[in-house]
Design a protein around this ligand. Structure first.
Ligand code: NAD
Length: 452
């Protein structure tokens, strides 16, 4: 279902009228295309709180927009236009890892205040923070303050620009994350706090264009919607994709698989032996497992039958637990493997009529946070989740008009996301160079007003 309001506000009369009426004015987002794979403009690198221990400049030089001229080590105050002549930056990276007290926090204001207005439309602001120090409550206070800062700036910055916070200790371990956030691939990711751990040992050479070459990725529920976009994106990154869906969707699954040069697997993921059947189908194992299949059966709790409850819990959570356990136990996920599960902002924030769905999706987040450290230690496999907000799919096209319009507008970007936005985020988490991103639940919601 096309977003006619977004098309209307892209016209001059539409812009005029909606501005006069004080209505939301969504900006058309710049997304990745083969012709325009990078942000269009330069990157500005700022520091607050004194020099950090991060060796950031070489990573940013590789990571940022190609025309980047990096003003490394620029300090507070005199930063506007420091690195790019007359036009504003396409991206600003503020290294605030050294901020340890409230005085130093003022440098965050001083660094961004003069430049924020000039950041290009669909540009990026990425703030880098340090992990909270349990032995220093002043450091913890101001590092946590960065979250409120980033989320607030994300809500006010407008023009399709996004603002995110990355907590890190090692710049090179965060390269895949910075590449993602500083690219058009992260168009619908804003207001997020992403933790990146230490490097997991020497990373082999990375092919940034085709990182999944030679790898096998299985995507559940991939015959249509978000799953189809995920399969397509992973195939574009070089993976052999296995398109799994229910028998009723076999024809669509085969069509998608044929288009992507992958294979189709017809299987109801709730089958008790689904994990075993996947392992039997892929005797050489797999590298990427995407738990995307999901259903809704909405009713308020007073009207919800046990069947509605259990069908949603079974597809969205129990089958994810069962197949993950079975595949890990069989060693079917190769070392360096990636599991990405699909949560939802409805699970994080709660949604009327969705006690079953909300419970299932919050359960996915719990599974990810608990399993991630063990899966990495025991199997060399990371476990993360994406939590989509309002994404333009058949699922959301079926939502009544008024609620659909509210879902589209009630986020900082004032529009729904596209399946490709979830797919690109999934592909970043599935990336071979994302081994230091583990146990994260990343919302792809344009910074929805629902939930934190
Ligand atoms: P969709 O209904 O368009 O597609 C879901 C796919 O999963 C279908 O192809 C379906 O046949 C398949 N599926 C369902 N039950 C299955 C089972 N038992 N075994 C195998 N396959 C099964 O949904 P979508 O909008 O593309 O959503 C994909 C995922 O994203 C779901 O987990 C959903 O909860 C989540 N999500 C979607 C949105 C959104 O706005 N669309 C928002 C938040 C989360």
């Amino acid at each position: 279902m096309a977003d006619r309001y977004l098309s209307f506000t892209a016209t001059a009369p539409g812009r005029f009228l909606t501005a006069r009426l004080g209505l939301p004015q969504p900006a058309a987002l710049s997304r990745w295309t083969a012709e325009r794979p990078s942000l269009n403009g330069h990157l500005l690198h700022l520091t607050a709180g004194g020099p950090s221990g991060l060796d950031l400049a070489p990573v940013l030089a590789r990571t940022g927009p190609p025309t980047a001229s990096v003003a490394a080590g620029a300090t507070t105050g005199s930063t506007a236009g420091a690195a790019g002549g007359s036009t504003g930056p396409a991206a600003v990276v503020l290294d605030a890892t050294g901020v340890r007290d409230v005085d130093a926090l003022a440098e965050v204001h001083a660094a961004l205040h003069p430049v924020v207005r000039s950041v290009a439309a669909s540009g990026r602001v990425v703030v880098l923070g340090a992990p909270l120090d349990a032995r220093d409550h002043h450091q913890a206070a101001v590092q946590q303050a960065l979250e409120g800062f980033v989320r607030s700036l994300g809500k006010e910055i407008g023009r399709g620009r996004t603002v995110n916070l990355v907590r890190l200790t090692d710049a090179s371990a965060a390269e895949s994350t910075l590449r993602f956030l500083l690219s058009p691939r992260s168009a619908y990711v804003s207001g997020q706090v992403i933790g990146v751990g230490a490097a997991e040992g020497p990373a082999g050479p990375v092919d940034w264009d085709l990182p999944l070459t030679g790898r096998t990725a299985l995507v559940t529920g991939a015959a249509r919607g978000i799953g189809e976009a995920v399969a397509e994106t992973l195939a574009r990154y070089g993976a052999h994709v296995v398109v799994l869906d229910v028998p009723q969707a076999a024809e669509d699954a085969r069509r998608v698989a044929a288009r992507l040069g992958g294979s189709a697997l017809t299987l109801d993921i709730t089958a008790a032996d689904a994990g075993e059947r996947i392992a039997a189908e892929l005797p050489d194992g797999l590298d990427v497992l995407i738990h995307n299949a999901g259903i809704t059966r909405d009713r308020r709790l007073v009207n919800m039958s046990a069947e509605r409850w259990s069908s949603v819990l079974d597809v969205n959570l129990a089958s994810v637990l069962r197949t993950t356990d079975a595949l890990l136990a069989k060693g079917a996920l190769r070392t360096g493997g990636r599991i990405v599960a699909t949560a939802s902002i409805a699970g994080l924030a709660g949604n009327a009529g969705q006690t079953n769905y909300g419970a299932s999706k919050a359960g996915v987040a719990g599974l990810v946070r608990s399993l991630a450290p063990r899966a990495l230690a025991e199997h060399g496999v990371t476990v993360n989740a994406v939590a989509p907000g309002f994404i333009e799919t058949r699922m959301t096209a079926a939502v009544p008009l008024f609620i659909r319009e509210a879902g589209r507008r009630m986020n900082s970007l004032a529009q729904g996301g596209l399946p490709v936005d979830v797919a690109e985020t999934t592909a970043w988490l599935a990336h071979p160079a994302s081994g230091s991103v583990n146990g994260q639940v990343v919302r792809v919601c344009g910074q929805s007003l629902l939930g934190a």
